[in-house]
Ligand binder design. Structure first.
Ligand code: AMP
Length: 507
């Protein structure tokens, strides 16, 4: 019996009356409520025809009931398929057509438009759940018998499919097994020292691995409690900090907290752990946060396909700009394009292997085969280096690597140089088509609010003083904001698209 749901409940507190979740609006749910609520929904899903292995798709706002739905899908042996709420009709049609779920759960307001889309994908059952917890999912399950048991699953049976963000080509469904999720989050619970005394601020979305698995499972596997926000809001988080012991966030959470004058050492006094991940945390943010609050943010690294792979230590030294060591049971190596391991200290592609690594892309064995080495290592596509102490540093995505005049240029190094200039808030370095060089290095810069009016020439001068000539940005563009997705990742493809003609003869 390896159903992840069972693994989670084995770690629930003996006193099921303990509160597991509390919202800023004052709603609470106990561990018993989680068991009963998920049991009722599991019964409804079975009544709707969900069999073990069937997909249940959900495009719903974050709510406590959405977590009950996730647990219910696990209980009945289904495969949970959460969809980003930002996806539009056409995108949802693609996911439904690809995954062919038995049931779709969507916002009540989207029911009319999505019912037809679902039908075309062969999904006959559409249920609704709003961010306020209302909708047919709860109405139809409210009076059902919650004693449904738990369907037995093998370790490799699928628990969830998460579609990747699809910045290159079509989004692919990453198949995650009960064992992938269970083993990885048990490791994290212990690595980060979660106990029943913890109170976690949960302000992440729950259609992504970070909020759904990492944050939620760390709480459930330790019998802890979470303060559950439907979205990140700096003031609300600061109000809650004195009542919490831990927070998990994307880097944007930390920059927004820092922008708020109410963030002080005192409000963070009861916190034992701040975790950051899903996008690179700037060393500046790490340092500013330490200066303001006394806390060294623990940065970790993972991806949809691998769940979490590396982490800075709980007790040892947390080094800014690194993502720490491979987690227990995870192997990591740096290789060239052909998969040959590179000497320590060199930059190459990070490959990882371990119980955390997914089972492949849904109905896409060719793509799966392309992304794995024959010895089972998964090619992450992230460029990284491992230092003599074993700390991994991510220097960018391999698709972001710039090849200018035959030289390899790693954007991160240039971004670090530019970010250090007074008057610069942050920067993104990209490669653009160039008639001579193939690609030209270009910097897109956000100036600091209220800082000195730094010029393109000043930035180029500093880069020239600190970096080899071929790394100096040929052009510098200023923007009000760098485009970011919900998980805080800078969308370099959007920038490449926007500035793509900068070196064409017409430009
Ligand atoms: P996703 O599949 O949406 O979780 O995105 C995974 C990607 O996010 C990774 O392949 C990295 O490029 C990036 N990422 C996640 N965590 C970090 C981190 N701590 N530092 C740098 N990049 C990160």
């Amino acid at each position: 019996m390896t159903n992840l749901y069972t693994k989670l409940t084995e770690n629930f507190p003996a006193d099921r009356g303990k509160t597991v979740l509390e919202t800023p609006e004052g709603r609470t749910m106990s561990y018993a409520d989680f068991e009963v609520g998920s049991g009722r929904i599991a019964r409804l899903l079975v009544d709707c025809g969900v069999q073990p292995g069937d997909r249940v798709a959900a495009q719903i706002d974050k709510s406590p009931e959405a977590l009950l739905l996730y647990l219910a899908v696990l209980r009945c042996g289904g495969v949970y398929l959460p969809l980003n709420t930002a996806y539009k009709g056409g995108e949802v049609a693609y996911f439904l057509g690809d995954a062919e779920p038995r049931v779709l759960v969507c916002d009540p307001q989207a029911e009319d438009s999505l019912t037809e889309t679902a039908k075309q994908a062969g999904t006959e059952v559409v249920l609704t759940l709003g961010g306020d917890g209302a909708g047919s999912l709860i109405e139809r399950s409210r009076d059902l018998d919650p004693e449904v048991g738990v369907v037995a699953r093998e370790p490799d049976d699928l628990a969830a499919i998460l579609y990747t963000s699809g910045t290159t080509g079509r989004s692919k469904g990453a198949m995650l097994s009960h064992d992938n999720l269970g083993s990885n989050t048990l490791t994290l619970r212990d690595y980060w020292g979660f106990t029943a005394d913890d109170v976690l601020i949960h302000a992440l979305p729950i259609f992504h691995t970070h909020g759904l698995f990492v944050a939620t499972h760390c709480v459930l596997l330790s019998g802890a409690r979470m303060l559950f926000l439907n979205r990140f809001d700096a003031d609300t988080v600061i109000d809650l900090l004195p009542r919490a012991t831990a927070m998990m966030g994307v880097p944007t959470f930390y920059t927004r907290l820092l922008a708020n004058p109410r963030l002080t050492k005192e409000v963070c006094a009861g916190i034992r752990l701040f975790v950051s991940g899903s996008a690179p945390l700037l060393a500046d943010t790490f340092q500013e946060f330490e200066a303001r609050t006394g806390h060294r943010i623990l940065e970790r690294y993972g991806m949809t396909e691998t769940t979490m792979s590396t982490s800075n230590p709980l007790d040892g030294e947390r080094i800014a700009g690194t993502v720490g060591h491979p987690l227990p049971g995870v192997e990591a190596r740096i290789a060239d394009e052909a998969g040959n391991p590179l000497p320590q200290g060199e930059v190459g592609i990070l490959e990882v292997k371990g119980p955390n690594v997914f089972k492949g892309y849904w109905r896409n064995p060719e793509k799966t085969a392309e992304e794995f080495r024959p010895d089972g290592f998964f090619i992450t596509g992230d460029l990284a280096t491992i230092d003599a102490r074993g700390y991994v540093q991510i220097v960018g995505r391999s698709k972001d690597l710039i090849i200018s005049g035959g030289f390899n240029v790693y954007p991160k190094e240039i971004e670090l140089c530019i970010d250090g200039i007074e008057g610069v808030d942050e920067s993104a370095v990209i490669g653009l088509p160039h008639p001579d060089f193939g690609e030209a290095v270009v910097a897109v810069v956000k100036r600091q609010n209220g800082g000195p009016e730094v010029s393109a020439e000043a930035i180029q001068e500093t880069a020239k003083a600190e970096l080899a000539n071929f790394k100096v940005p040929k052009k510098v563009f200023f923007v009000d904001e760098l485009p970011r997705n919900t998980m805080g990742k800078v969308q370099k493809n959007t920038l490449r698209d926007r500035f793509k003609d900068s070196f064409s003869s017409a430009a």
